[in-house]
Ligand binder design. Structure first.
Ligand SMILES: Cc1ncc(COP(=O)(O)O)c(C=O)c1O
Length: 360
């Protein structure tokens, strides 16, 4: 089956009791036991498992070409489950431009629990040099945030295999439509389903998909069930619903982002555009510095000035100010999540905002 068909059918179950063509939301937290004390439905208690969660996990696993998936109450909870599954004292190698929320999770919560080295993942020699005897996890995020740098997953997977290190890829920006890290040699894929998968900026969630059901996977599953940061049945339902249109939405995001990047590249007030050529995320630098960038973000009418990404509506953000004082993000950078509005309207909106910001 091709991705459009998987996206529509794999997460759906026709309800045997009513014939409802769309799977109902099972809000019940508990499930009836049989006479023998067993659970005929296969479900016992919603923290351990729920029909809507099973549907979403099955769908994500098929979309990424994995064998199983676990969904969590946020992307950070999903990433955190991988960190928590490591033995304490393990060494982790993460990218220098890792999503700042996950970097903060490692730096603050895992400060005395894991050792972390940050490496420029485009420099394979630097990666090799950073590997230690107790390195247990290499984390990559590609395209990266907010500079949209590309990492060679296949090359890093070869190094990870050589040293028997688990490789996990944050695939939030690319989505399974543009990139399947498991097929390129990664062991785990992480998603903030809050973004393109949900697609409508109304359901927080996260997922880990695995290539193999091994001991690490068993631990991640235990963390999901026993720590209990699970995704609610309603949010599972919304995410399954959002994914049905994912392949078509991603084409629209990409078309719009390609056109917007061309417009920005030719604009005299723009110093540089970062766009990898695919997907719906881009960022750009303004010649007029931080003040001009803030003014543009404050002036657009269709692009909402807000963090996050991946919804049908366009968002614009002065990234350095949300990442905090230790950020390395240029102060004149604006990050854009290009939505599905008509591209002529989007270009006009940003063109007017840049004109209004000139000469500040
Ligand atoms: C690339 C990336 N990874 C992970 C996350 C964390 O996801 P969540 O906000 O759902 O916890 C985000 C959120 O912005 C993200 O952009």
């Amino acid at each position: 089956m091709k991705i459009e068909t998987i996206a529509i059918h794999t997460g759906n179950l026709i309800d045997p009791a009513t014939g409802a063509a769309i799977q109902p939301i099972t809000l019940s937290t508990t499930f009836e036991r049989g006479e023998d004390g067993g659970y005929p439905s296969g479900y016992m208690y919603t923290r351990a498992g729920n029909p809507n969660r099973s549907s979403l996990e099955n769908l994500l696993s098929k979309l990424e070409g994995g064998v199983d998936a676990s969904v969590f109450s946020s992307g950070n909870a999903a990433g955190g489950a991988v960190f928590q599954a490591l033995d304490s004292g393990s060494h982790v190698i993460a990218p220098t431009d890792m999503y700042h929320g996950l970097r903060n999770l490692l730096n603050v919560v895992y400060k005395n629990i894991l050792q972390v080295s940050y490496v420029d993942m485009s420099d394979l020699d630097a990666l090799r040099t950073a590997i230690k005897d107790d390195t247990k996890l290499i984390w990559v995020e590609t395209p990266s945030n907010p500079l949209l740098k590309i990492t060679d997953i296949e090359a890093i997977a070869k190094i990870a295999k050589e040293y028997q290190i688990t490789l996990c890829c944050d695939n939030t920006f690319a989505t399974p439509v543009f990139q399947n890290p498991l097929n390129l040699g990664a062991d785990l894929v992480m998603h903030s389903t809050t973004k393109y998968l949900g697609g409508h900026s109304d359901a927080l969630g996260g997922a880990i998909v695995t290539k193999e059901k091994n001991a690490l996977w068993k631990k991640i599953r235990d963390i999901q069930e026993l720590s209990g940061a699970v995704l609610s049945p309603f949010d599972c339902y919304l995410t399954v619903r959002g994914i049905k249109t994912l392949p078509y939405r991603m084409r629209g995001h990409q078309d719009n982002a390609q056109q917007l990047s061309k417009f920005l590249e030719s604009h005299q007030e723009v110093e540089r555009v970062f766009y990898p050529g695919f997907g719906g995320m881009l960022s750009f630098l303004l010649k007029g510095g931080s003040e001009q960038a803030r003014k543009v973000a404050n002036s657009t009418k269709l692009f909402t000035q807000a963090t996050s990404l991946g919804g049908v509506e366009s968002l614009i953000e002065h990234r350095a100010s949300i990442e905090g004082p230790d950020t390395k993000t240029p102060r004149n950078l604006l990050r854009v999540s290009v939505g599905l509005e008509n591209i002529d309207d989007l270009i006009e909106d940003i063109a007017v905002a840049i004109t209004e910001s000139q000469g500040l």
